[in-house]
Write a new protein. Structure first.
Length: 174
């Protein structure tokens, strides 16, 4: 039996607004992926918020705390709180270099590195469940379309940032 929230979302998409905006559909799909991963991570006592940082560090260990925040797309105070907890759990350690005491570098510990072998298969499982029964060609199309959407929105952000800068310049010149 599915939980009531899932049933509500499914009814929404199938009955109420089958032609609603793509942004809403992507948001609900993303929530479903996150919820499925969260349940699996919880079995290993790993909060979903730590997953993002672990994933980044598995690929780029030794980033500064600021770089890690930017890569994760979260504010630095959020990163700081998560890293405090991850340090207490023994997943990471933070260091400052003698040459540059301002930057805080984040490094995985052996315990944090070892989580990759346990947790990555869980994320792969969630992806497999999510695309179960969907034709490979359709999955490839979804990937292309989502990447195009991300690219379009990134270009638009850049253009919007440029326009905002021009407007501020004009306003300050007056």
């Amino acid at each position: 039996m599915r939980d009531p929230q899932t049933e509500r979302i499914l009814r929404h998409w199938h009955d109420a607004v089958p032609n609603d905006r793509i942004a809403h559909l992507v948001k609900d799909a993303s929530r479903a992926f996150v919820r499925a991963l969260q349940c699996r991570l919880a079995r290993h006592d790993v909060p979903c918020g730590h997953w993002t940082f672990l994933r980044i560090l598995w690929e780029s260990d030794g980033l500064t705390q600021r770089e890690l925040s930017a890569e994760a797309g979260v504010m630095e105070p959020t990163t700081h709180v998560a890293l405090n907890a991850m340090e207490r759990l023994g997943y990471i350690r933070r260091r400052r270099l003698a040459a540059n005491r301002r930057n805080v570098y984040v490094h995985l510990t052996p315990k944090g590195r070892a989580l990759k072998a346990k947790l990555v298969p869980l994320a792969q499982e969630v992806n497999e469940v999510g695309v179960d029964g969907i034709d490979a060609a359709d999955i490839a199309t979804v990937r292309r379309v989502l990447i195009a959407i991300i690219d379009n929105l990134a270009k638009n952000d850049t253009a919007a940032d440029g326009n905002a800068l021009k407007q501020r310049s004009r306003a300050s010149a007056q």
